[in-house]
Every structure is written in structure tokens, then in C-alpha cells.
Design a protein. Structure first.
Length: 74
């Protein structure tokens, strides 16, 4: 089954036409609202360079899981 998702508002203009794999391998600044400086800080603090790194970071995943648990318990 093919899935279509409009990510234009979630991505910086320069990254809107890339494939999903290309977006995941792009710098975190590809995400709308994340600056190059933010990316540098994420790299310095957590070793995060790409959108994929951000998605797979253990601290971010635990925080997301906790928030999901709270929503489902409510």
C-alpha cells in the first residue's frame, strides 16, 4: 500500500522535494524551525547530525514514549 504524506510545513523549503530516505539523512536543520545553530548544539550535546539521528536518539525516544504513555492513560 502506498502512503502519501505532505511534509511541506514540517520541512525547510530546500528539503521539501526530497525522498523520505534523503530527508532522514539530511541535517536536522532540514526540519522547519530548526536552525543550523540548533543543529550544532544537538551535535555537540548528543552527537546528532541527521534527522534520522534525532529520531533514533535514545533520550528523545524515551521522552516521546513517556509522553505517549501519559496521553494513552488520560
Amino acid at each position: 500500500m502506498a502512503i502519501s504524506v505532505d511534509l511541506d510545513k514540517q520541512l525547510d523549503k530546500a528539503f521539501e522535494q526530497l525522498s523520505l530516505a534523503e530527508v532522514l539523512d539530511a541535517p536536522v536543520a532540514a526540519l522547519a524551525g530548526v536552525s543550523e545553530g540548533d543543529g550544532e548544539k544537538l551535535h555537540a550535546a548528543f552527537g546528532i547530525k541527521t534527522v534520522r539521528d534525532l529520531a533514533n536518539n535514545k533520550y528523545f525516544r524515551v521522552a516521546q514514549a513517556l509522553a505517549d504513555l501519559e496521553r494513552s492513560a488520560g
